[in-house]
Design a binder for this molecule. Structure first.
Ligand code: NDP
Length: 383
């Protein structure tokens, strides 16, 4: 069995932490050959010293001295956005795992594909913004896109290479911290309330997205591209326990689900070792302690993110990139206490309403729409 040589982009984040744990857990199957982060030089140095990755990249050049002062060996050091693309093309790598929050992972993802490397994708922004460009480039180059997001990894496991027999994809959502909060109270929730996710421990952006349900909306579009199914066949169900990570209903009416504890090490390991399953130290489910698994329909009217995402995915073109960019600006403004919680989706809706979507956009058109949406969202926030 081959040891996979992995470049990890976003090494200092929450997915980065889990990926490093997986690499430590299955060293005979996974080797870290490259690490990249934005500005957390100290944490990048700790990861580098531990893995002895031969190449590392720090995007923020101003922190380079901190990085150099903490390194205990002499890796190849790359810098800036150009360095991020360079490390994604590393000759010695088989796979690039993209776990960068936001849109900065898009260029390196395309570079990795062009140099024939498989992609393991945690950063949902990449497929939401540029699903058509990324999946067609991967097809052309004959490289695999392996989903790391737990829901898509679950679907990937259930599909097991039989996408044509799918009737529905059912994404599970925990419902976030406000699953039972009355609509009239959502205007008063605080940043601290929104950051308390009931079942997952993740970075701040995705945690807020889980509270608004934009995370699930982004995942609907991600599923549409990853599994080549129409948006009308992608559905969402609220499952507060986060044990069933998603389900596939097949043509014969049978439904397959994937279950495990909510720990990102499970999907990360499977993305790396696919199609093999290998032993690890992760705890398997103890059914004697799982008293119930519940499922509810989402509250579409109180959490409009799902309908906005369905509209963006169905319209396609540049609209998903616009929704994603406006949401990023609105989430940052909420975290800075400039917006109240419902103003996140109100801002996104206003920006989407003003956008003239461009069909089958190339990368330039996608990036132009992303920039326009950010400016427009900042204008809405500033009002
Ligand atoms: P975090 O905020 O915890 O970490 C973000 C990582 O991205 C950090 O390593 C950060 O570096 C790096 N980064 C940020 N901006 C840039 C940039 N411009 N260039 C290079 N690196 C950059 O995020 P998460 O780990 O939670 O999420 C990462 C991605 O994975 C997101 O797209 C998220 O939606 C997705 N995801 C996350 C899950 C989770 O459980 N956390 C689950 C499923 C998907 P630095 O620390 O130096 O700033």
């Amino acid at each position: 069995m081959k040891r996979k040589r992995v470049v990890l982009l976003g090494a200092t984040g929450s997915i980065g932490d889990s990926t490093l744990k997986v690499a430590q857990d299955i060293p005979e199957r996974m080797e870290i050959v490259g690490l990249a982060a934005n500005s957390n030089a100290s944490k990048l140095a700790v990861a580098a010293n531990k893995t002895r990755a031969p190449a590392i990249c720090l995007v923020d050049e101003r922190k380079m001295e901190v990085l150099r002062s903490k390194l205990e060996y002499e890796p190849r050091i790359l810098v800036g956005e150009a360095g991020l693309c360079e490390i994604a093309k590393l000759e010695d790598a088989d796979m690039v795992l993209i776990a960068i929050v936001g849109t900065a992972g898009l260029h390196p993802a395309l570079d990795a594909i062009e140099t024939g490397k498989d992609l393991a994708v945690a950063s949902k922004e990449i497929l939401v913004m540029a699903g058509e460009a990324v999946t067609s480039a991967a097809q052309r180059r004959g490289v695999k896109i392996l989903p790391v997001d737990s829901e898509h990894n679950a679907i990937f496991q259930c599909l097991d290479g039989r996408p044509s027999e799918v009737r529905r994809i059912i994404l599970t959502a925990s419902g976030g911290p406000f699953r039972e909060t009355r609509a009239s109270e959502l205007g008063r929730v605080t940043v601290e309330d929104a950051l308390k996710h009931p079942t997952w421990n993740m970075g701040p952006k995705i945690t807020i997205d889980s509270a608004t349900l934009f995370n699930k909306g982004l995942e609907m579009i991600e599923a549409h591209w990853l599994f080549n199914v129409g948006m009308d066949r992608v559905e969402v169900v609220i499952h507060p326990q986060s044990i069933v990570h998603s389900m596939v209903e097949f043509a014969d009416g049978s439904t397959l689900a994937q279950l495990s504890y909510s720990n990102m090490c499970f999907p990360i390991q499977y993305a790396v070792t696919w199609p093999d399953r290998v032993p690890n130290t992760l705890p398997p489910l103890d059914f004697s302690t799982l008293s119930k698994l519940e499922f509810f329909p989402p509250r579409y009217d109180d959490f409009p993110a799902l309908n906005l995402a369905r509209r963006a995915g169905e319209t396609g073109g540049t609209l998903p990139a616009v929704m994603n960019a406006a949401n990023e600006v609105a989430v940052a403004a909420f975290l800075n206490r400039q917006l109240r919680f419902p103003q996140i989706w109100q801002t996104v809706a206003q920006v989407m309403d003003r956008h003239q979507a461009v069909a089958h956009p190339d990368l330039d058109a996608i990036l132009a729409a992303d920039k326009w949406a950010r400016e427009e969202a900042r204008r809405v926030v500033g009002k």
